[in-house]
Design a protein around this ligand. Structure first.
Ligand code: AMP
Length: 273
């Protein structure tokens, strides 16, 4: 595995490769969710590139940028054992200069739900992903459905800017008890870890209600909120795949999402139905 820290090192590493390039952008602290994306990239491409970059522009002032988990050694091992060809591991000065051109998230879809709770977050996400795509020039890029709104906005950006790559959505990987894997789970103490199960439990209830024929969004959200108590819920939402709020679940075109704080840790989860 080649570790590239600069744009030039990345180019040198990739120029000798032929065929398709599968790309998995991450912020590190890798877990089985990341691993599933890397495995898919490995199966479907000649060359696999993973990036690890804790992108400062997607954190708002007061968020967990400085304490975001960093696990360089373990991450390098995981990448190597997963058959990654090139690990791109830039520092902030490689990725950003001063007073730069930026990508702006769309006015509505970029500023609802995660964007309402974290205004400007998606501007940072789209900007760094654009930079990474231009550096890596992937054939396919792999993203988790766990970050559903991010996946939707990146897919939209690729369309809006006529970018020549395929976005591959990947299902959310969970612990046996339902908790969606997240690098932020390491912040949870044992009792918070138990409380955090309320997110996936609320989504399980939503799924059960829909299977039993309850399709009205308000009825589903009310039951989810009951399960989520006493967590500090930021939103419970039922949207279509275009991220428009819908009054009734449309099977095959619906995402049910939840964001809540467990102690001081902010967690998100969703189910696609
Ligand atoms: P992050 O390092 O949190 O920025 O995540 C990097 C990529 O891994 C994103 O595309 C995430 O959506 C994806 N990801 C994170 N958690 C999971 C999970 N539990 N299952 C599947 N993909 C995930």
């Amino acid at each position: 595995m080649i570790i590239a820290r600069s744009a030039q090192e990345l180019r040198n590493a990739l120029d000798s490769k032929t065929g398709s390039v599968g790309f998995v952008p991450t912020m590190g602290a890798l877990h089985i969710g990341h691993r599933t994306l890397i495995d898919a990239a490995r199966r479907e491409n000649d060359t696999v590139v993973v990036s690890i970059f804790v992108n400062p522009t997607q954190f708002l002032p007061g968020e967990d940028l400085s304490k975001y988990p960093r696990r360089e050694e373990a991450d390098f091992k995981i990448c190597e054992l997963s058959g990654v060809d090139v690990l791109f591991y830039p520092d902030v000065s490689t990725m950003y200069g001063r007073d730069e051109v930026r990508i702006t998230a769309p006015d509505v879809r970029g500023y609802i739900l995660e964007g309402a709770s974290r205004p400007g977050h998606f501007d940072g996400v789209l900007t760094v992903v654009m930079k990474l795509f231009n550096l890596v020039r992937p054939t396919r890029a792999y993203f988790g459905k766990k970050d559903a709104q991010q996946l939707s906005l990146i897919t939209q950006m690729v369309g809006n800017f006529f970018m020549d790559l395929t976005i591959v959505p990947m299902d959310t990987v969970r612990e046996n008890d339902g908790l969606a894997l997240s690098s932020r789970n390491v912040y949870l103490n044992p009792s918070e870890r138990t409380e955090a199960l309320k997110l996936s439990a609320s989504l399980k209830r939503a799924t059960k209600l829909v299977m039993q024929g309850t399709l009205e969004s308000d009825a589903i959200k009310a039951q989810m909120l009951e399960i989520l108590e006493p967590l500090e819920v930021e939103y419970v939402a039922i949207v279509n795949r275009a991220f428009e709020s819908i009054g009734r679940v449309e099977i095959g075109n619906t995402i049910v999402l939840v964001a809540a704080r467990v102690g001081s840790t902010r967690l998100i989860d969703n189910v696609w139905m």
